[in-house]
Design a protein around this ligand. Structure first.
Ligand code: HMG
Ligand code: MG
Length: 283
């Protein structure tokens, strides 16, 4: 079974750039986002409201959000805590993403909170977000294995997913943050999630650390997943996940889908030029 089309959320400007140690100028970030829009990408995660000491690359989030609002696309902003949500509301953001790790150790390193505390804070954020009619994505990171804890069980993932579902998130992105999943793990985990939460939209978020990510995409499609996160030119990693390499490349994802007669709405040639630009600005 393969679908006729998939949805892509381009996460390069946030998940891709956040791991780059050299600061990419605000002008270059804007140019990258503008070029991405021209490729036909419908939705972009453009920035995150995080502590500039934790992720210096995202220090210009306010300006990027102000710019993104005029481009006529859906854009998503990562908001790790209530303070971030307040900043996002003040900036006029319409779609936010919260994130919680399925692994306790990763969650503590990433946002300096236990999973229980993170879930509690998310609950409060969801209430505020809903009052303001925001679209809410919930990310669950480290859904297959963790660099600190090893294998992650379905129950660990379901704990976070259940909370997100109960409190009304609009979609859930399931992350193989350190890129260790195999097609078997991906198929089984997504099939189980779809069975247990039939009304929830799940997105597959893969990293290509082990070179299995494109096999994992096929396994996710076979489990009925039709929405993917990817990053132009495969930019990225995660500053709190040692050794994690880039997200799956939007270029490769689009090429693979088109060769399988699956539509993406994205122009491969324009995307190639954009990925060259992306690589030049991080050099
Ligand atoms: P904290 O230190 O626990 O925050 O940081 P706090 O509430 O204790 O406050 C300490 C100071 O930070 C205060 O300032 C706050 O105002 C300030 P001070 O009074 O000392 O001057 N502060 C903030 N400043 C700017 N923006 C904020 C904010 N919140 C508090 N939002 C925090 C908590 C989460 C903010 C911090 O640890 C942080 O920014 N961490 C970075 C997290 C991050 O971006 N991680 C990478 C995300 S990628 C990921 O998780 C995986 C994903 O991509 C999926 C995948 O790839 O698989 C989603
Ligand atoms: Mg990622």
């Amino acid at each position: 079974y393969f679908p006729k089309m998939i949805e892509i959320t381009e996460v390069g400007p946030r998940d891709g750039l956040q791991n780059e140690s050299k600061f990419v100028s605000t002008e270059h970030k804007k140019e990258l986002i503008e070029q991405l829009v021209k490729t036909g990408v419908k939705r972009i995660e453009t920035a995150s409201f995080v502590h500039p000491k934790a992720v210096p690359q995202m220090a210009d989030a306010q300006e990027i959000v102000a710019f993104s609002k005029d481009l006529g696309i859906d854009f998503l902003v990562l908001t790790p805590n209530m303070k971030a949500l307040e900043l996002a509301l003040a900036a006029g953001v319409e779609q936010i993403a919260v994130f919680v790790g399925a692994s306790e150790t990763f969650n503590e390193r990433n946002i300096r909170r236990s999973i229980a505390d993170s879930l509690q804070e998310c609950e409060e954020m969801f209430k505020v977000a809903k009052q303001h009619h925001l679209f809410v994505r919930g990310y669950v990171s480290m859904c297959f294995s963790c660099p600190y804890e090893g294998a992650i069980s379905y129950e660990q993932v379901a704990r976070v997913v259940s909370h997100f579902v109960k409190h009304g998130v609009d979609e859930i992105s399931i992350g193989d943050t350190n890129g260790q999943a195999t097609p078997k793990m991906v198929y089984e985990r997504f099939a189980q999630l779809r069975k247990d939460y039939p009304n929830m939209k799940f997105i597959a978020h893969f990293h290509d650390t082990n070179g299995f990510a494109y096999a994992n995409i096929i396994a996710a499609l076979q489990a009925g997943i039709t929405a993917f996160d990817s990053s132009v030119g495969g930019l990225g990693g995660c500053p709190f996940s040692p050794g994690a390499t880039g997200n799956i490349s939007t270029n490769k994802l689009v090429e693979l889908m088109h060769k399988m007669d699956i539509e993406t709405g994205i122009d491969e040639e324009k995307l190639l030029v954009t990925s060259e630009f992306a690589h030049n600005i991080i050099m």
